[in-house]
Design a protein around this ligand. Structure first.
Ligand SMILES: Nc1ncnc2c1ncn2[C@@H]1O[C@H](COP(=O)(O)OP(=O)(O)OP(=O)(O)O)[C@@H](O)[C@H]1O
Length: 239
């Protein structure tokens, strides 16, 4: 059971954002997708979730092809992602933002409200259900973004920089939460993150990209010892 992107190439105006990259995410694993700015990480998540069609290569969900499918189909088939910019409806309450995500499922408004309350409790922000979406701080916005993704019962959850704007303590809580989500939802989690402590503490396996290509894969220990990782990733991060 896996979400698999094989030999993916994506070009923008002739420039290769991703070149011949393959990524596989198993159910029940936490995979970190890391690399310097502009490495192609978000583009790969866009490909894996149906937001971007690859120019070359294929995506399969549990072995089934996805050619010609758009992002709502991917979500219905268990591939759910969050965004770097959370894009909450600012005029709706936090609860209503989750209920809106549930509206594609055929459940009553009352059930949607109850499910939204459960998910907000699960994310530790049950007390904020009645606030306006626009009133949240950065970290809480990201928690709502994850709750909104969980509303769709993901088999594969793709998180694009979920710890941006969080302090050290909040990022540690997020690490525990991601591991709990993997257990409670029996899903695979792909984590794009620049917070290396969070990545190293949370992921079992890492896939490192730079300039649109794969430069290293392996366990966190293996990757940290990899020369390509040290020079390309840490070199540019340290600059
Ligand atoms: N819609 C687009 N049009 C043109 N170029 C794009 C587009 N999206 C991404 N790119 C380019 O593709 C490359 C990869 O970008 P991408 O956002 O996937 O990198 P990233 O690793 O997610 O970076 P970051 O860590 O900064 O979010 C970059 O050179 C970027 O400028």
């Amino acid at each position: 059971m896996e979400l698999c992107a094989s030999d993916i190439t994506v070009r923008f105006a002739g420039v290769k954002a991703i070149e011949s990259v393959s990524v596989a995410l198993g159910r029940g694993e936490i995979l970190g997708l890391i690399g310097p700015n502009g490495a192609g990480k978000t583009t790969m998540v866009n490909v894996l979730s149906g937001f971007q069609r690859p120019h070359i290569g294929k995506v399969a969900i549990d072995g089934a092809g996805t050619q010609g499918r758009s992002e709502p189909w991917f979500a219905r088939n268990g591939v759910v992602r969050t965004f770097q910019a959370v894009r909450l409806f600012r005029g709706l309450t936090v609860s209503e933002n989750i209920e809106a995500a549930l509206s594609s499922l055929s459940i009553s408004r009352l059930s949607a409200r109850r499910r939204a309350a459960e998910l907000l409790d699960y994310m530790g922000i049950g007390g904020k259900a009645g606030l306006a979406g626009g009133a949240l701080n950065y970290g809480d916005e990201r928690r709502v973004g994850i709750a909104r993704a969980l509303a769709l019962s993901p088999k594969f959850l793709l998180l694009d920089e979920p710890a941006a704007g969080m302090n050290i303590g909040e990022a540690e809580d997020l690490s525990r939460l991601i591991q709990q989500i993997r257990r409670d939802f029996s899903c695979g989690v792909l984590l794009i993150e620049h917070n290396m402590a969070l990545v190293m503490n949370t992921c079992e396996r890492l896939h490192v990209m730079a300039s649109g290509k794969t430069i290293a894969t392996g366990t966190p220990d293996e990757v940290v010892a990899n020369q390509h990782f040290k020079s390309a990733y840490l070199g540019s991060e340290a600059a």
